[in-house]
Design a protein around this ligand. Structure first.
Ligand code: C2E
Ligand code: MG
Ligand code: MG
Length: 595
């Protein structure tokens, strides 16, 4: 005989039969088979016994005097603690109807008396096994549901983190551009719906951050950005949004504000708070911000427009000298549009070769002899006519177009001098100065490009001079010295242009291998005007000579200026007094004539 429960605690069986002999026989047999057995002789007792200590299975007689088996079964099915106990009916009733009734009442099986022991044992053990399987299934289900719940919670967490990451900057944990735009759009919606609703957006750019990053390292740069983010958060209310747009650019949505003054006050506070030094990894780092500000107007249609205008205002603040804030206005918009068209036109201009090089003669001042030229680019726009380099060179610099333009000028100039040298004997020793923008100066391929152009045109380097500005020297001083030395090695001369307008200090000049100083036109302009202080010019010339440099005066327009500079021993001069910048054919006439 098999007992499925042999290895576990024995199953509990309740036997209900009003005839004690039946009860006894059945009990003995089941106990022998290893079960724990209780026996009762009436329906009422059965209910009580089942409720006080629910058995694992019940063998239930149908015909009993008080409550019959069907009744007992139905009642047991009504209580949660007994509802799941499998009930096997025992009966001498053989009718199909009785069996149907037994199953309808909730029985799981039906054994006909007189029974075979083996049959009873087999059915009992089958139903116990079924019950156990049902129980295990239920447990399994619950476990499964629990796991699904846990996985869902995990996924929810991951989803939230991804959502956070998608809308925040990983370095500073501040909102990123897309979250900022989202919030500005919401604020704009309120502006459209509610009269007098007002908000502001500021864009903040750190001045000279690239320099900090380059000289102090990216780690320091990153720490600084985090500090700046924290500082900004302390300046605004928690409802405002501080965002990092990327690089060293931050933005703040001030939403709402009472009036324009409130926004201006905060801009001022940002300026003060960021015009300071931060201590990072025991280093003191000075910063200043350029800040642009826009105020919400119902005419704005999208967050992008607002951010764009704050950005334009920020650009203006930078241009006006950094470390300041500007509030956006329509004029700026017009200016920005103009620059944008200029950029497009420049690209076309490069493709269609609308540029030409003019040459302004440079003379010795003591004997007024031609020694060379300054090459100056000219742009003949097909519709807008002549556009001044003072206007388009800054745009070319900001857009990187200066690199192809600069290369083109260098190529044209080298080709041109080489031609003149072959045509005119007196052109052999001429030096032509080409202007190099600080962006070109910073361009890694500059040296290689110059080498290639010299090689291609066959020009000797001593006919070429490169003009750079003081700002290019200051901005990248270490690399600059290296680059200048490489240029000098090739016998190229260096001229420092617009001297006196930048960080003019003669004290650092000896560090740079510069051959010539070109005094800016603004100083030459002063000559001959009453009450002008000429001390600067008077001191520059002998100081430069002491450092072994030659001096060029730029923008000589009058005889008086010429005479004065001659007296001061200035070496060279250029200006309308001698010649305006000339197209190549005019220069040829000059070279054909008086040497
Ligand atoms: P710059 O290098 O200082 O050039 C001198 C400027 O002064 C030229 O203006 C020249 O025409 C002007 N000038 C010369 N003599 C006189 C004078 O007697 N009176 C007056 N009022 N002006 C005089 P331009 O050609 O308009 O060029 C302006 C600036 O654009 C240049 O200043 C230079 O910084 C830049 N530039 C011109 N060509 C190039 C180029 O090929 N590459 C680069 N990177 N910059 C260039
Ligand atoms: Mg120049
Ligand atoms: Mg100049």
């Amino acid at each position: 005989m098999i007992n499925l429960h042999a290895s576990e605690t024995p199953a509990n069986i309740l036997i209900v039969d009003d005839k004690p002999p039946n009860l006894r026989i059945l009990s003995t047999m089941l106990i022998k088979a290893g079960y724990k057995v209780r026996g009762v002789t009436s329906g009422k007792m059965a209910l009580m016994a089942a409720k006080t200590m629910p058995p694992d299975i019940i063998l239930l007689d149908i015909k009993m005097p008080d409550l019959d088996g069907y009744e007992v079964c139905q009642q047991l099915k009504q209580f949660p603690e007994t509802a799941d106990i499998p009930i096997i009916f025992l009966s001498a009733l053989q009718d199909v109807e009785d069996k149907v009734k037994a199953f309808a009442a909730g029985g799981v099986d039906y054994i006909i008396k007189p029974f075979q022991f083996e049959e009873v044992l087999a059915r009992v053990s089958t139903h116990l096994a079924l019950k156990k399987a049902r129980f295990q299934l239920q447990e399994l289900n619950e476990e499964l549901e629990k796991r699904v719940r846990e996985r869902t919670a995990d996924l929810e967490e991951v989803k939230e983190r991804l959502l956070f990451d998608a809308r925040h900057d990983t370095l500073t944990n501040l909102a990123n551009r897309s979250l900022l735009l989202e919030r500005v759009d919401l604020a704009l919606k309120r502006v459209h719906e509610e009269e007098d609703y007002l908000f502001a957006v500021t864009v903040i750019d750190l001045d000279r951050f690239k320099m900090i990053n380059d000289s102090d390292g990216h780690l320091v740069g990153d720490r600084l950005l985090v500090e700046i983010g924290r500082t900004l958060e302390t300046l605004v209310s928690p409802a405002d949004t501080v965002a990092r747009l990327g690089g060293d650019e931050f933005a703040i949505l001030l939403d709402p504000i009472d009036d324009v003054n409130e926004a201006l006050k905060i801009a001022q506070e940002i300026k003060t708070a960021l015009t300071t030094s931060f201590f990072i990894q025991e280093r003191e780092i000075f910063t200043s911000p350029s800040i642009g500000l826009t105020i919400s107007l119902p005419t704005y249609q999208s967050a992008m427009e607002i951010l764009r205008d704050a950005d334009i205002a920020m650009g203006q603040a930078k241009e006006k000298g950094r470390g300041r804030y500007e509030i956006f206005n329509q004029q700026m918009h017009a200016q920005a549009l103009k620059l944008l068209t200029l950029e497009t036109d420049l690209r076309h201009g490069i493709d269609k070769q609308e540029f030409e090089v003019y040459y302004q003669p440079i003379m010795t001042l003591n004997s007024v002899k031609l020694v060379g030229f300054e090459a100056l680019i000219r742009w003949q726009h097909p519709h807008k006519g002549f556009i001044s380099p003072a206007e388009f060179i800054p745009v070319a610099e900001n857009t990187g177009l200066i690199i192809p333009i600069g290369k083109m000028v260098l190529e044209k100039v080298c080709q041109q001098i080489q031609t003149w040298k072959q045509k005119f004997p007196q052109a052999t020793a001429l030096k032509v100065a080409v202007n190099l923008s600080s962006k070109q100066f910073n361009h890694t391929e500059l040296i290689q490009e110059i080498d290639e152009i010299l090689e291609k045109t066959g020009l000797t380097p001593n006919n070429l001079k490169l003009e750079i500005t003081e700002t290019s020297l200051i901005e990248h001083s270490l690399e600059t010295i290296k680059l200048l030395k490489q240029l000098k090695k090739r016998n190229l001369e260096i001229c420092l242009d617009d001297f006196g307008t930048g960080y003019s200090s003669l004290s650092y000049l000896h560090r740079f291998p510069v051959d010539t100083l070109k005094i800016d036109r603004s100083f030459i302009n002063c000559i001959g005007k009453p009450e002008e202080n000429l001390e600067i010019i008077q001191s520059i010339i002998p100081l430069a000579h002491n450092l072994g440099m030659e001096v060029v005066a730029e923008g000589i327009e009058t005889e008086e200026q010429f005479n004065y500079l001659q007296q001061l021993n200035c070496d060279f001069g250029q200006g309308y007094f001698f010649n305006r910048p000339l197209p190549a054919q005019e220069v040829e006439k000059l070279l054909q004539g008086d040497p």
